[in-house]
Write a protein that binds this ligand. Structure first.
Ligand code: SF4
Ligand code: SF4
Length: 112
């Protein structure tokens, strides 16, 4: 039962989550992060850290469809363990619905 990052992270990318993960299993895309579900040890400490409430256990109905996206992009994006500055307009995208269709980018981020 790993945790996954959902579309609520897109364009918010606050990165409070990365510093608390004991196994460093977050990976950075251009405008969102994902969790490697095969590395996540299901500790749950990242979930309450996310200001966008983007992190959910994959057992939740709304999280299930994000599991494969997390697995796929965790293989292609660089590891991220240090918090960086969020995008300057992050707050404007907090809670906005339909962000995957409108804004998802498959390009990798910079990583650490
Ligand atoms: S804290 Fe939440 S919004 Fe920020 S990068 Fe992590 S998952 Fe995305
Ligand atoms: S649940 Fe724990 S191991 Fe999994 S991503 Fe969050 S902090 Fe890392």
């Amino acid at each position: 039962m790993p945790y996954v990052v959902t579309e609520a992270c897109i364009r918010c990318k606050y990165m409070d989550c990365v510093e608390v993960c004991p196994v460093d299993c977050f990976y950075e895309g251009e405008n969102m992060l994902v969790i490697n579900p095969d590395e996540c040890i299901d500790c749950g400490v990242c979930e309450p850290e996310c200001p966008a409430e983007a992190i959910l256990p994959d057992t939740e109905e709304t999280a299930e469809k994000w599991l494969e996206l997390n697995r796929t992009y965790a293989e292609n994006w660089p590891n991220i363990t240090r918090k960086k500055d969020p995008p300057p307009d992050a707050d404007a995208f907090k809670g906005v619905p339909g962000k995957f269709e409108a804004y998802f980018k498959p390009d990798p981020g910079e990583g650490n």
